[in-house]
Design a protein around this ligand. Structure first.
Ligand SMILES: [Zn+2]
Length: 224
């Protein structure tokens, strides 16, 4: 079972984290080295951290991407709840979209209260594919994104019975565009719980959920 987004290198992860099969995204220059310990990693600059990064960091990011075979660019994106300057976030996100386009890599996107702007920008890069991880947009945005060929990542938030909006989105999201993840949850092997919840919500067998989500990750990230 492939975890499409897990920060296995974070100190907060418990020890069995090492064994999960996962796409390990980076958040900025502080973990570009650490993530390379895992078979499948990505290089990016997270929107929470743009203010501690420079133009030189963006150039270094591109150099690392060129030389080290990451499976994706990310995580990157826009977060309008965080206090990071909006213009700076837009600059770093569009720069990383350009890098993804240039190197033909998928992009891993963090979007919080910013899905509208993310969709607007993605339309300017029609060749770029990717995923919106930890999807938190609306039903209409989910439909728009999957029609554009983007995958939506769902994690532990869907387990919460009170999260009725996101659970409804999971139910309606085509399984061919669904990815499962645990993000920074300390036990990445709780991925099984996410798959079980999708199986219950969509009323389809768990084995079908797992094999389709695995295939989606293999296709999107071109895993071998
Ligand atoms: Zn993340």
């Amino acid at each position: 079972m492939i975890n499409s987004h897990a920060h296995l290198d974070f100190d907060s992860m418990n020890s069995i984290a090492q064994n999960a099969i996962a796409i390990v995204p980076s958040i900025g220059h502080q973990n570009w080295t650490d993530v390379q310990m895992y078979p499948y990693f990505a290089f990016g600059i997270h929107p929470w951290l743009v203010e501690i990064h420079t133009q030189q960091d963006l150039e270094h990011l591109e150099y690392l991407i060129k030389c080290n075979n990451p499976v994706a660019v990310g995580e990157c994106g826009l977060d309008y709840i965080k206090n990071s300057d909006k213009e700076t976030q837009l600059h770093f996100f569009t720069s990383q979209l350009s890098i993804a386009e240039k190197y033909g890599l998928p992009i891993i996107i963090h979007a919080v209260k910013a899905t509208e702007d993310v969709i607007f920008l993605l339309k300017k890069y029609p060749k770029v594919t990717g995923e919106i991880h930890g999807f938190s947009g609306s039903e209409a945005q989910a439909q728009q994104l999957t029609k554009m060929g983007f995958y939506l990542g769902f994690g532990m938030q869907i387990i919460n019975q009170k999260s009725s909006k996101i659970r409804q989105i999971v139910k309606n999201c085509p399984l061919e565009f669904t990815l499962i993840e645990t993000d920074d949850h300390p036990n990445p092997n709780d991925l099984q719980l996410v798959a079980e919840e999708i199986s219950l919500l969509k009323q389809i067998p768990i084995d079908t959920v797992i094999s389709q989500c695995d295939n989606n990750a293999i296709t999107l990230f071109n895993l071998t």
